[in-house]
Ligand binder design. Structure first.
Ligand code: NAP
Length: 311
C-alpha cells in the first residue's frame, strides 16, 4: 500500500494500560494520524467504532491504512499477520513479539505486501538517549553497567500475562534498557546469566546478565522487580572522558558529574512521528537486537528458583 497525503487512518488493537496511558494521548495530538476504529475483547475507545476482534474491524472499516497492536507479546503475531496480509501498515508495541523468528517472518510479510512494519522501542526516544550515544561515540568505553530495578506491584498490577511463558517477566522492563544499550553501546554478547524464577511463576523476577562487547569490555545488567522506594532505570558507562550516567530511563544525562540534559519525555509522540515517516517513505524499521538479547538470556541463563511471588 502506498502512503497517502492526508492523515494516516489508523486503528488500535488491545485497548489496555499502555493504550490509555500513551497511545490515545499521543494520537489525539498528532495531525499525521486519524484514529478511526479500535478492536479489543473488553476495552473500548470513546467516540469511534469498537470491535471485539481485529478481523471484524478490518472487515467493517476497509479505509483503515494502519494498525497499532498493543496486546501482550504472546498474542501479537496472529493479529500482525492478519493486518499485513490485508495490506495495512503495522506498529508493534514493544517487545515486537514473543519470539525472534515470528518477527522475522512479519518483516518478510510486510515486504511481500508492500507495507511498513515498525518494531517500536519507546525508550530509545527518551530525551537524553541521542546525547548519550553521541558522547559514547566520542569517548573510549572501558565498561558499562545497566541497573534496571522497579516495583512490579506498582507498574504491572493484575497483569497475569507478564508472568506467563512469553511474558518476559522482569525482561519486560529490562528490554527497554536493552533497547537503549543496543543503540548507544558497541555490539555486545551475553557471556553468562542467572535468571531468578519465583517457584510459582513461569517468568523471572530478577536477572543478572554479564555481556562482553565485541572487543572484550565488560557490560553488566542487573534487573530486579522487587525494588520499592526510589526506582532505578540507569546505564552507567566508564570512559576515558569520565563517567557517563544516563538515568531515569534515558531522560537525564550526566557526564563526569555534570548534568548535561534533563528534559520532559515525549516518547510516544516521537514513536508516532517515526511511524508516519516510515509509512510515507515506504520503509520498515524492525531492529531485533533487544529481543535477541532477551532470547539469548533465556537460552544461556542459569535458572534459579526463588521464593514464591504473590501480588
Ligand atoms: P495490558 O493492559 O495488560 O494489555 C493490553 C490489552 O491487551 C488488554 O487490556 C487486553 O484487552 C488485551 N489482551 C490481554 N490479553 C490478551 C489476549 N490473550 N489476547 C488478546 N488480547 C489480549 O498490558 P499493557 O500494559 O497495556 O501492555 C501491553 C504491551 O505494551 C506489552 O507488550 C507491554 O510490554 C507494552 N508496554 C507497556 C507499558 C506500560 O507501562 N504498561 C509501557 C510500554 C509498553 P482486551 O481484554 O480488551 O482484549
Amino acid at each position: 500500500m502506498q502512503g497517502t497525503s492526508g492523515p494516516i487512518r489508523i486503528g488500535i488493537v488491545g485497548v489496555g494500560k499502555i493504550v490509555r496511558d500513551q497511545h490515545l494521548p499521543a494520537l489525539a495530538k498528532d495531525n499525521g494520524f486519524d484514529l478511526i476504529a479500535a478492536a479489543s475483547r473488553h476495552g473500548k475507545v470513546d467516540g469511534i467504532p469498537n470491535f471485539s476482534t481485529i478481523e471484524a474491524m478490518l472487515d467493517a472499516v476497509p479505509e483503515l491504512e494502519a494498525v497499532s497492536l498493543c496486546m501482550p507479546p504472546q498474542f501479537r503475531y496472529d493479529a500482525a499477520r492478519t493486518a499485513l496480509e490485508a495490506g495495512k501498515h503495522v506498529f508493534l508495541e514493544k517487545p515486537p513479539g514473543a519470539t525472534v523468528s515470528e518477527v522475522e517472518h512479519l518483516k518478510a510479510l510486510a515486504a511481500k505486501n508492500g507495507v511498513s512494519l515498525f518494531a517500536s522501542w519507546h525508550s530509545r526516544y527518551a530525551p537524553a538517549v541521542e546525547a548519550a550515544r553521541a558522547f559514547l561515540a566520542s569517548a573510549k568505553l572501558q565498561s558499562a553497567a545497566i541497573i534496571w530495578k522497579e516495583d512490579v506491584r506498582r507498574w504491572h498490577p493484575n497483569q497475569d500475562w507478564i508472568w506467563q511463558p512469553g511474558g518476559f517477566g522482569v525482561f519486560d522492563p529490562g528490554i527497554n534498557a536493552l533497547s537503549i544499550a543496543t543503540h548507544i553501546l558497541p555490539p555486545m554478547f551475553i557471556a553468562e546469566a542467572r535468571l531468578d524464577f519465583p517457584q510459582n511463576r513461569d517468568a523471572p523476577i530478577a536477572a543478572q546478565v554479564a555481556f562482553r562487547t565485541s572487543t572484550g569490555l565488560p557490560v553488566t545488567m542487573d534487573l530486579d522487580w522487587l525494588q520499592t522506594g526510589p526506582q532505578s532505570w540507569d546505564i552507567v558507562a566508564e570512559t576515558d572522558r569520565g563517567q557517563m550516567v544516563l538515568s531515569s530511563g534515558g531522560a537525564k544525562l550526566a557526564i563526569a558529574g555534570k548534568a548535561i540534559q534533563d528534559q520532559p519525555e515525549a516518547e510516544y509522540p516521537m514513536l508516532y512521528g517515526r511511524f508516519a515517516e516510515i509509512v510515507r517513505t515506504g520503509t520498515s524499521d524492525v531492529d531485533l537486537a533487544p529481543l535477541q538479547h532477551v532470547a539469548d538470556a533465556f537460552m544461556l541463563g542459569k535458572r534459579n528458583v526463588v521464593e514464591a511471588f504473590e501480588d
